[in-house]
Design a protein around this ligand. Structure first.
Ligand SMILES: Cc1ncc(COP(=O)(O)O)c(C=O)c1O
Length: 465
């Protein structure tokens, strides 16, 4: 009988103090409820179960429950045991500013996320069920810090097939987003004595902080129509490049510069980190292959599920040169031992079953249509704006006439309920803010039904209508 209670009961932590057991129990329950640790509606263990857990008489617990019910702390409900009584205090209504911000940003064209409403929920659930059903016990243990072999093998095949990456599964490291992967790489670089990393002049916010927090110095690389200016790399020990589609300017790194950066890295013994965050999304031509294929011994290739599926998946992958695998594994162990087995198994199954490819193809078609609608609408209704960087990716750069104040357009958009960001928000350093007034428009972000209205508000903000 004891065993059945132990299995069917609920756990409750109580600090019993003082010589009198019943008074101590009542005081402990009152404290826990008054401090909010036990929320209204929380089910308490049965008197039998709690008595067994605390090693006291069942009647003592029943009496204490009775007393607290009489005082209004607990409610004994027929058929559903004893619960913490509901408070008479009304929930705090949202403040005016909380309500305002929800209304202000009914639409969102900030870059960074795909259409979250298009996340393939049923394929993910089906893949998760299949994967968990078939997974051996060992996958649920502490596993290889590089990631589960199932996922590393699926990724190796996928990346070789779709991005031309030179890869074997033993050089794949699964991480919690590119954000973690980049931090781990900075750790390894520092431990190897690196001092300086070169970053593109405009980039994903947060990257500068990750590198400087690890003790690396930053140099910035200008970006022109051919991508990052490799001839300005100088004496850095590493460089981070968004070679397929510069984030956020949208230009690809030209073939000549790809060869040039490899030559630079070879000469200096430096490391290239290729952030291939949206490499799957190329619209007008055949996708540019990964830069990594030119020199797998010098380039770390990085990919992420944040654009193909959703940022909330928190899975990304690095393909690393053989000599740094061991050091990266040590950094991953120090960070979090290994990434979630459940998510890894699901993603592996999604890739193996081709559901991942189908999702990418569906999304590519939908985003291409949106991009065309955006370009056409701007051409017709805001011809003073030049749209750039649209051969690929999930965002466009809207160049504004010289002298335009980005902030003014962003405020106008906010007044119309649209969240927008300017190019200045992506500057690696303050001195280049405002040099080229432009907006970074994440056209993939709104759900399909809100896209037309979001673009309408964008046009109104641009034209002042
Ligand atoms: C340039 C760039 N790289 C990588 C990422 C993905 O980062 P994570 O994998 O941590 O979500 C993003 C996301 O916005 C990005 O803009």
């Amino acid at each position: 009988v004891q065993e059945r209670w132990a299995i069917s009961g609920v756990d409750l932590h109580l600090d019993l103090r003082g010589p009198r057991v019943r008074a101590g129990l009542e005081a402990a329950l009152r404290d826990a409820i008054a401090s909010g640790r036990l929320q209204p509606g929380t089910r308490l263990p049965s008197s039998r179960g709690l008595a067994a857990d605390l090693g006291i008489a069942r009647n003592t617990v029943a009496d204490a429950y009775g007393q607290l019910a009489a005082e209004g702390w607990l409610a004994a409900l027929q058929g559903s045991g004893t619960r913490v009584a509901g408070r008479t205090v009304e929930p705090v209504p949202p403040t005016a500013s909380q309500e305002e911000s929800a209304i202000r940003f009914r639409y969102d064209l900030r870059a960074g996320s795909p259409d979250l409403a298009a996340f393939p929920r049923s394929s993910w659930l089906a893949a998760s069920r299949r994967a968990l059903r078939g997974a051996p016990y060992r996958s649920l243990d502490y596993t290889d810090p590089r990631g589960l072999p199932e996922l590393r093998e699926a990724l190796a095949a996928y990346l070789a097939r779709t991005r031309g990456v030179h890869v074997s599964s033993d050089r794949v490291l699964v991480c919690t987003g590119f954000t973690q992967g980049f931090g781990l790489l900075c750790d390894v670089l520092r431990a190897r004595g690196a001092r300086t990393i070169a970053l593109e002049q405009y980039l994903q916010p947060g990257i500068v902080d990750i590198a400087t927090a690890r003790g690396l110095r930053i140099t910035t690389l200008p970006v022109d129509a051919h991508g990052a200016a490799i001839d300005r790399l100088g004496p850095a020990d590493a460089v981070l490049l968004t070679a397929a589609h510069q984030f956020p300017l949208g230009v690809p790194l030209a073939a000549g510069r790809r060869a040039q950066v490899v030559e630079w890295a070879r000469r200096r013994g430096a490391l290239i980190i290729e952030d291939d965050y949206d490499g799957e999304f190329r619209y007008d031509r055949h996708p540019l292959g990964a830069l990594q294929a030119l020199a797998p011994e010098l380039v770390v290739y990085a990919g992420t599920a944040s654009k193909t599926l959703a940022p909330g998946v928190r899975l990304a992958w690095l393909v690393v040169p053989e000599p740094i695998v061991g050091e990266l594994v040590q950094a991953k162990i120090r960070a979090d031992r290994n990434s979630s087995a459940f998510d890894q198994l699901t993603l592996a199954e999604l890739i193996r079953s081709d559901a991942y490819d189908r999702q990418v193809r569906r999304a590519r078609l939908a985003y291409r249509r949106r991009r065309d609608r955006l370009a056409l609408t701007l051409q017709r209704r805001a011809p003073h704006v030049r749209i750039r960087g649209i051969a690929a990716g999930l965002h466009a750069l809207l160049e504004l006439p010289a002298g335009t104040d980005e902030g003014e357009i962003i405020s106008r958009a906010a007044r119309r309920g649209l969240a927008l960001e300017g190019l200045g928000d992506y500057a690696a350093s303050c001195d280049i803010r405002g040099e080229t007034p432009a907006l970074v428009v994440g056209y993939a972000k709104p759900p399909e039904h809100a896209f037309t209205a979001a673009v309408g508000r964008l046009v109104a903000a641009l034209t002042g209508d």
